[in-house]
Design a protein around this ligand. Sequence first.
Ligand code: ACM
Length: 504
Amino acid sequence: MPTLIPRPTTAAFPPGRFTLDDHTNVRLGEGTELAADLLRSLLAPATGLPLRPSPEGTFTLALDPAQGHLGDEGYALSVHPDAVLLRAAHPTGLLRGVQTIRQLLPPQALSETAETDTAWILPCADIIDLPQHPWRGAMLDVARHFQPVSYLRRYVDLLALHKISVFHLHLTDDQGWRMPVAAYPKLTEIGGYRTETQQGPAGTGPYDGTPHGGSYTRSELADLVRYAAARGVTVLPEIEMPGHVRAALAAYPSLGNHPERTLDVWTRWGVCDTVLGVHNEALDFCYTVLDEVMDVFPSPYLHIGGEECPTAEWNHSADARRRLATEGLPDARSLHGWFLAQIGGFLVRNGRRPVAWAEPDAELPLDFTVMTWRDDAHTLAAARRGHPVVNAYHRATYLDYARSGAPHEPPAQPGVVVDLRTVHAQDPVPAEADAEAAGRVLGTQAQLWTEFVTTPAHIEYLTYPRLCALADRSWSGPTHWTDFQSRLSDHTARLDALGIPHHP
Ligand code: ACM
């Protein structure tokens, strides 16, 4: 029996097969061009199949309002010996179904080079499939270590294979600023590069003496957004504030609390004391940056970071004292939530939904979607308070932690091991949540912070197969560990065909 990751909601595999060959034509219903293009372009490298459009085609793609019960991403697929029919109410559902078709073919279909000796057989199937959670994400930190946009496209391809819906792109941090902003050219010119990097866990080890950096052009990012959208993946940009901004302050010191100081783009790891000021210049900077972010990224959600904001500088700042007086706030600590609320209000006025990492001491307005990461209990607390929540609990979703405690594991964030079974077992919805709170949990996502991750091979080794488990859990709901393991063992042939270095 064919096995799929994520596991479909219902699937039957009656006997028989449909063979795709040079004569297989595709019948395109209205609005199905994107799915047809994806099917053709995914299968072309290995199969060379032309999959020509034709009104007589036996392989039908159709948008069908009667499938509305399957939601935005659901689809129905039937494969019979003489016909294939893929239907969905929305174009995204067809894109999800295309990935299922790809997995039903022999694993060689995923190869990036021509496979001439394989028959392209689809087993007969009746599949109805829709996700448990709409937010099934993966975050990649390109601030700590830059990756070219050509790699980000491959990264998106691999997400789409697993029906991941959100690609969260962590674009700025203390160690680098990757997105160009026309009004602030030095953000990438200066903030995009650091002189070297401290080796080893936060604050330890020697420096490598090697410059690091890079940035994207606006058109590269806009192209990436289109590329991802054509695969049913939304790019969620993250611009950190008011902490994790050392690279921006190296470019524009007046945005901080000590305009007289020259700062380097940070070469260390950990939490940096240097944060934005609470003066109007800093707020206007954030609004200008986010205006440009909104131009490039159509995502309804925009992430403004918001975590780990030390108040050491605000404790001694005249601007902070003035702000506390005019806003009637008690102490420097309260400026953290105040700052984020100003920015969140700006985004809401512009029709977007703000997202921030949850910090218990910075209470946010309820129109913030929060990503809970520090503590499993924060998911329930945030949902009960009334926030939409994405569960990003670090002990189950941070892929920068090692996959095992074995000595052969490559460098990783120390202190915790996140093994495959832990990822598979993590329910995005806390067990204690009542229906109302559970309904606010949008889903979950994996995080890959890249302090110790410099190459695509290392990214993929840490991401796979753990992301397969997160994708399975968030699309399919709970599955038995042994069932997942046995499907993963088949899926391994697909990861191999794609050249993903997932083995220890
Ligand atoms: C985080 O791990 N800094 C959200």
